[in-house]
Design a protein around this ligand. Structure first.
Ligand SMILES: NC(=O)c1ccc[n+]([C@@H]2O[C@H](COP(=O)([O-])OP(=O)(O)OC[C@H]3O[C@@H](n4cnc5c(N)ncnc54)[C@H](OP(=O)(O)O)[C@@H]3O)[C@@H](O)[C@H]2O)c1
Length: 373
């Protein structure tokens, strides 16, 4: 198994981090259930049956099992959602393989979805049955028809954003938001690199960067992806399976190099990303689809005095106010048409294993969604 090593965040730390969040959520639920339990219990019904895709053990795509499960009434601070669309993310494949902690096994997979509130815990304020909502957060639990979720992980959907758009864009689009406005410290007019430019996060990031005035150079895995990237914000696209990326960037920038490289591929591309940057530039390592970045890349970065950043959405969104502000910024660029969602594939929820195979074999473009119904 291709385990993240090197400068990939150490897994035990993440396990403790998300475990702690989960435990805190349970503690709050207990406290609020004690305080508000009467009202809630009076309304409680029998658990509702739904279909969910779970892992019983980590493994390959075949580890994804379609199970009938029962979802109880929400705890005091929770909401139950009838999900209309679920987002497919590379992160889901890490969870499936056991590289991202599942709270307990068997565990429902996935981190992103959109739907309608159908039951509300007694201590929840500001949400009611029938509200259209979306989320992108840990702990996992998205691959299901119905799910329970902490109310403060939800954002309300504007009328103009449909469920598919929301499920496709919440995780990847909020990531693009903080990458554009935070991690990279990119300035209008800067030339920047984006790996996997035709991918789920890449395609949103390229458009947002271009909207902010960057000259975006995208790296893509084939000719069809080149055309897609160039239609979504990339001034130039480089096929990194066939072309020398550093040489091509030097040519495109007159030898000056780039201000920022956004690298989501990791092992196979980080060295070239460093080579493309100008001295003092910023290397944003936000993913590792090909495997962990080799340690030697840090020495190469030091030789150019680069800033190296390794950010994560869930940490960026830890404060509820940050989540709401970031989601609003995303909805604003989607509504004004500056950034467009491109749903490349729609899979029935029952075909989640096929979706994972396609994602890991580099066969998907843009964002993909799983449809529960
Ligand atoms: N830190 C964060 O906050 C954050 C948030 C979102 C995503 N991410 C990370 O960003 C990465 C991309 O996520 P995503 O959901 O948007 O996926 P994605 O980009 O839609 O899919 C991965 C893409 O990576 C490229 N790739 C290159 N080498 C690959 C390999 N050996 N195996 C698989 N793919 C390879 C492929 O595009 P080409 O064929 O064009 O190369 C592929 O389509 C993941 O590592 C994910 O965990 C991080």
């Amino acid at each position: 198994m291709d385990l993240p090593t090197g400068i990939e965040p150490p897994l035990p730390q993440r396990a403790e981090g998300y475990g702690a969040i989960h435990t805190r959520e349970r503690q709050f639920t207990r406290i609020f259930t004690t305080m508000y339990g009467q009202k809630h219990r009076a309304r409680s019904r029998l658990p509702v049956k739904t279909r969910a895709v779970r892992i019983h053990e980590p493994g390959g795509p075949e580890a994804l099992r379609l199970d009938d499960i029962r979802v109880p009434d929400p705890g005091a601070t929770q909401v139950r959602i009838a999900q209309r669309a679920v987002g497919l993310n590379f992160l889901d494949t890490y969870q499936r393989r056991g590289l991202f902690p599942s709270p307990a096994l068997p565990c429902v997979v996935g981190f992103e979805g959109a739907g309608v509130v159908e039951a509300v815990g007694g201590a929840v304020r500001g949400l009611e049955e029938g509200d259209r909502v979306a989320y992108a957060c840990a702990p996992p639990g998205a691959y299901a028809g119905l799910r329970l979720i902490a109310a403060d992980a939800l954002v309300r959907l504007p009328d103009a954003i449909d469920f598919e758009q929301a499920a496709a864009a919440m995780l990847k689009g909020m990531t693009a938001e903080y990458l554009v406005h935070g991690s990279g410290k990119v300035q209008p007019g800067d030339a920047v690199l984006v790996t996997a430019a035709a991918g789920g996060t890449g395609l949103l990031l390229c458009q947002w960067l271009a909207h902010r005035g960057s000259t975006v150079i995208g790296c893509v895995g084939d000719e069809a992806k080149r055309a897609l990237a160039e239609a979504h914000g990339c001034r130039h696209a480089i096929d990194y399976r066939r072309e020398d990326v550093a040489a091509r960037v030097a040519e495109l920038t007159g030898g000056e190099g780039l201000a920022v490289a956004y690298d989501s591929v990791g092992r196979d591309t980080a060295r070239a990303s460093v080579a493309c940057l100008r001295p003092g530039g910023t290397l944003v390592l936000y993913g590792s689809a090909s495997g962990a970045v080799p340690q030697s890349v840090l020495a190469e970065a030091a030789a150019k005095s680069l800033a190296v950043v390794r950010p994560g959405l869930f940490e960026e969104n830890a404060a509820p106010a940050a989540l709401q502000a970031r989601a609003e910024a995303l909805f604003a660029v989607l509504e004004e048409g500056a950034v467009a969602v491109h749903v490349g594939r729609r899979y029935p929820l029952a075909e989640a294993a096929e979706a994972h195979r396609d994602l890991e074999a580099r066969r998907t473009t843009g964002q993909s969604v799983l449809l529960p119904a």
